[in-house]
Design a protein around this ligand. Structure first.
Ligand SMILES: Nc1ncnc2c1ncn2[C@@H]1O[C@H](COP(=O)(O)OP(=O)(O)OP(=O)(O)O)[C@@H](O)[C@H]1O
Ligand SMILES: [Mg+2]
Length: 364
């Protein structure tokens, strides 16, 4: 195991800044999911950590060792990529064993024990003696993972390892990877743009955008407390509702009023901003068949069944459109009139220009 530390790490491709002066520590023995949209620089960052790309500037340390100028093999790390890298014409077992044969310090008994242990963890028993050319893509990827893990490197880098396998293998790979990362105490960086994968695998999420890490924390924390609109939008399926809002000033108080609130609701800590954006997650929008003292009237304009058996409602409240996630028993039909409340604890306030979250609290 080792801690990975990046110090102002940067990579330019011509005028494109793929990785923009990132300073960050990946703690020893933790799984960090690097999550972000296509083109934000995830692969470039991983390739520099792995030694496959040379940084434009900055440094990489494993514990206190500066590894910036070391070759990939000198860094002692395992890497798994989008497309399985395996040696065809050899059995799965042989593929996994091969890197261990190169290390003369590993005894035969030890080698056998390590190979059999990863074969077991990854459910590869039935394929162990099969030529990898005859295996499906998902199983081949498991072999690639097994090979990276069996060496017991200090660090393992995964770059979207399940993106290019069929759906059935995806589910299985996800399951075995989860087992694997919980079992081994290696420092793992796992790139994905699939947030559910990130939420289930990660000890920590590092959210990346345009070459920088915009937020980093436990999955729940990043989900529940996004630093900016990007986090609110990118995490969540679908992401947060964002509603441009004008704050009303009354007697020194800042108030949020209609159409979302049926009575003036006080908001503190706006720092003088009057044009803001409110953010609320679809699962926090409460929908009722009859009015209560907190609700406003809305019309269902769309109702769709979504993953997890819930219904995603698109609601119209005056000029405003809002998405709400509800349980199937509350699945309202299109054109139904419903009553909506946005619990103040779940309403976030963002700066309109920068998208940064304001330390504002809606107090009712
Ligand atoms: N070898 C290269 N030459 C020129 N530009 C590159 C090269 N590799 C990456 N880039 C650019 O750097 C930026 C970051 O790319 P990168 O592949 O790291 O993103 P990513 O987050 O891994 O995306 P994806 O999710 O699609 O894999 C992009 O703008 C990309 O076009
Ligand atoms: Mg990539």
């Amino acid at each position: 195991m080792a801690e990975i530390r990046l110090d102002k790490l940067r990579k330019d491709f011509g005028t494109v800044v793929a990785v923009n002066d990132i300073t960050l520590t990946f703690p020893e023995g933790t799984v960090t999911c690097l999550l972000g949209p296509s083109g934000c620089g995830k692969t470039t960052l991983m390739r520099m950590i792995g030694g496959l790309d040379t940084p434009t500037s900055g440094d990489i340390y494993f514990d206190s060792d500066r590894v910036t100028d070391l070759t990939p093999s000198e860094r002692n790390i395992g890497m798994v990529f989008q497309y399985p890298v395996v040696y065809r014409g050899m059995s799965a077992y042989r593929n996994i064993e091969l890197p261990l044969l190169e290390d003369k310090s590993i005894s035969r008994t030890e080698r056998k024990a390590r190979v059999e242990s990863v074969i077991d963890t990854l459910d590869l028993g039935r394929s162990a003696n099969t030529d990898v050319s005859k295996l499906d893509n998902g199983t081949r990827q498991k072999v690639a993972v097994a090979r990276a893990v069996a060496r017991q490197p200090r660090i393992i880098l995964f770059d979207e390892p399940i993106t290019n396998v069929d759906i059935a293998s995806k589910v299985q790979l996800k399951r075995v990877l989860k087992r694997l990362v919980k079992q081994h105490n290696q420092t793992i960086i796992y790139v994905t743009h699939d947030q559910t994968e990130a939420m289930t695998l990660a000890d920590e999420i590092a959210l990346m955008r345009d070459g920088v890490i915009v937020q980093r924390g436990a999955p729940r924390e990043v989900y529940d407390q996004p630093n900016d609109r990007f986090g609110g939008w990118f995490l969540g399926n679908p992401g947060m509702n964002f509603i441009e809002y004008r704050v009303r000033r009354d007697d020194g108080n800042a108030l949020l009023t209609e159409p979302l609130f049926n009575k003036p609701t006080r908001v503190d800590g706006l720092n003088g901003h009057t044009e803001v954006v409110l953010g609320i997650r679809p699962e926090h929008v409460h929908v009722y068949p009859t009015p209560t003292q907190d609700t406003v009237e809305a019309k269902v304009v769309r109702s769709a069944l979504v993953v997890g058996g819930q219904h995603l409602l698109t609601l119209q409240i005056g000029d405003l459109t809002l998405k709400a996630k509800v349980q199937p028993e509350d699945g309202y039909d299109k054109a139904t009139t419903v009553y909506v409340a946005c619990p103040i604890d779940y309403v976030f306030v963002f700066e309109r220009e920068s998208g940064q979250r304001l330390a504002a609290s809606v107090t009712g």
